[in-house]
Design a binder for this molecule. Structure first.
Ligand code: M6R
Length: 604
């Protein structure tokens, strides 16, 4: 999704902007651009496609001495990914970059055009710069023009604006899209839409709150809150751990992240398992006081992990649990009662739809918990309580290790609540904890499995579609397997509950319909097997993933034999991730940055 960087200082401005954009590249984008203001003169460059194209265009552009600059990676929402639609957008004497969506842009654009203003792009963003310049003509000063502009915008935004006549200053505004500013030892200022571009440059950062706007120059940091009151910046230390990842010999970040799952799950478990109970130091047991129900809300892969939680919470913690897709929940006037704990799940902590549901729950007075991978993200800052998944930086757009750690956290949380509510006896909790300790082993990628899947993948490059099927908690895993395949292979895939196939989809069965069947030995094995037999009888091509070989399958991905279905779950998860990866590689796709997708979806 779109990314923003900004810089005020004496270092090599162009390089700082391009490096910053590189750090945001993994989020997904289709064009990029920068604008630099030096000695009251602008230079701006834009390019469609990857950042190398922008680097090529700017190779003769040298920035020395003091300058201010802004940069942007764009993920198209309004208008195609063209150079004209790429940011920064210019007026007569100003440039703007923007993340988010200006919902009333069409009305504003119509008004501005009626006044003779000419638009170059199809974007919503361009209205900001023209509106600002219009306001500037009558305002007392630049800040007044900027704040008037902000007050006329509806929607979500993080904005940086630079303008001639203020060539030491960047104007900023944040509402609903993330943005922060950092300072380095020389007092240079760096802006970004997430903290990764600032790591290595800044020791301290200030995360803007919704409604914040103002300006920052070489010597001043001026911030106003949403009521227009001046406020002091609140700087906190920025981690200097640039996990930002080399591929360490792997072909893709996604592959590296699949292989990292064993280590990151060890991190997820660290300090949280005792022999008899789950320890979440970050939770106050009072969070569950008066709670009779849990409502989970998330998007995409995080939704799938949330769906696994509904099985685990009801089975073990005996607490009524439901889950909803955040974008649906937002607009359906849901009933929210105060005996419900509202839990949002997000790798990034910035997904606009999920964040909004969290705001809704807070406004309704519900207790809130976020399960998140990014500390200091918007959701972490907003929720009453937080459990970090500790998956480390995930760069592949297709989420893998984040999902693994989310499910791990949910399994632990189900035991934590089971203990609080006395719904499982001590022996059973101890048994589950012992199983949890085996997960790092079950997600270790074996050469044998990877090689087998590599070979097998060549048979699954065509056909008229895939069904991933499973029962119980293996149904959300099937949904996740299908999502992974869709995202990086661009082949049609659906996740389905095995028992539902006969209620419609079985009509599609023929040799060109590929069914990936999850057959855990320890959960409803015979029932799931019968469902596969029904498909096999209709000549569908079947690949089973199981510890037990099944003679009706055309292909078989064996997993180890375990004592419990949760361990089978985690090894099958790895098999599904590898299958998508290898199919995508054979199809020649961009595994880490699949078309049309963004890592962090900060627009609704
Ligand atoms: O950062 P979040 O977990 O909130 O993101 C939610 C989805 O956008 C995300 O899981 C998406 O579905 C991934 N590309 C899945 O691989």
């Amino acid at each position: 999704m779109c990314g923003i960087v900004g810089y005020i200082g004496r270092k090599n401005t162009k390089e700082i902007l391009l490096e910053g954009l590189k750090e945001l590249e993994y989020r997904g984008y289709d064009s990029a651009g920068i604008a630099v203001l030096q000695n009251d003169t602008f230079e701006s460059y834009k390019a469609v496609g990857k950042l190398v194209n922008l680097e090529e265009k700017t190779k003769d552009f040298i920035t020395q001495d003091f300058a201010v600059g802004i940069g942007h990676t764009r993920w198209a929402t309004h208008g195609k990914p063209t150079e004209l639609n790429a940011h920064p957008h210019m007026g007569e004497s100003s440039y703007v970059v923007h993340n988010g969506i200006i919902e009333n842009y069409a009305t504003l654009k119509k008004e501005l055009m009626a006044e003779g203003i000419h638009f170059l792009s199809q974007t919503d963003t361009e209205v900001i710069v023209h509106l600002f310049e219009k306001n500037l003509r009558s305002a007392k000063n630049t800040l007044e023009a900027f704040s008037q502009t902000i007050s006329q915008l509806h929607g979500a935004y993080a904005i940086l604006l630079v303008t001639k006549g203020e060539d030491e200053t960047i104007f900023f505004a944040k509402h609903g899209s993330p943005m922060l500013v950092g300072i380095d030892a020389q007092n240079d200022k760096y802006f970004a839409s997430s903290d990764t571009p600032l790591i290595g440059h800044c020791s301290d950062v200030n995360y803007f709150d919704d409604g914040d706007y103002g300006y920052i120059s070489a010597d001043e940091i001026v911030i106003f809150d949403k009521m227009g009151q001046k406020k002091n910046p609140h700087f906190t230390k920025l981690t200097q751990n640039k996990l930002s990842a080399q591929k360490n010999g792997f072909r893709f970040f996604m592959e590296k992240e699949i292989y990292e799952q064993s280590d990151v799950i060890i991190d997820t478990l660290l300090g949280r398992l005792s022999d008899k109970e789950i320890v979440f130091d970050e939770l106050d047991a009072s969070l569950f006081e008066g709670i009779n129900e849990i409502k989970l809300c998330a998007c995409g892969t995080s939704y799938h992990s949330a769906l696994t939680a509904t099985y685990l919470f009801e089975r073990y913690a005996k607490i009524k649990t439901s889950v909803e897709v955040a974008s649906e929940f937002r607009y359906r006037s849901p009933i929210m009662s105060r005996d419900t704990l509202f839990v949002v799940i997000s790798q990034s902590g910035e997904t606009a739809d999920t964040l909004e549901t969290l705001k809704m729950a807070k406004a309704a007075g519900l207790k809130t918990l976020v399960i998140c991978n990014v500390d200091n993200s918007s959701m972490v800052r907003l929720a009453d309580a937080c459990i970090l998944t500790r998956a480390g930086v995930e760069k592949g757009v297709a989420s893998t290790k984040a999902f693994a750690t989310q499910v791990m956290v949910f399994w632990m949380l189900s035991m934590y609540v089971a203990k609080l509510k006395n719904s499982l006896d001590a022996l059973e909790i101890a048994k589950q904890i012992a199983l949890m300790r085996q997960v790092p082993g079950s997600v270790k990628v074996s050469d044998a499995m990877h090689e087998r899947i590599k070979r097998l993948s060549k048979r699954y490059l065509h056909g008229h579609g895939f069904f991933f099927i499973g029962r119980d908690i293996f149904y959300p895993l099937a949904l996740e397997g299908a999502l992974k395949l869709k995202e990086i292979s661009y082949l049609h895939a659906e996740g389905y509950p095995s028992g539902e196939m006969k209620h419609g989809p079985i009509a599609l069965a023929d040799p060109e319909l590929f069914t990936i069947a999850l057959l855990p030995q320890h959960l409803l094995y015979d029932k799931a097997k019968s469902n596969v037999e029904e498909l096999s009888a209709r000549d569908a091509t079947i690949c089973t993933i199981s510890a037990l070989e099944f003679d009706k399958a055309d292909d078989f991905i064996p997993i180890n034999s375990y004592e419990d279905y949760m361990l089978e779950f985690f090894e099958m998860m790895v098999a599904l991730q590898l299958l998508s990866l290898e199919i995508s590689v054979r199809l020649g796709n961009d595994v880490d940055m699949p078309r049309n997708l963004a890592k962090s979806v900060t627009v609704e």
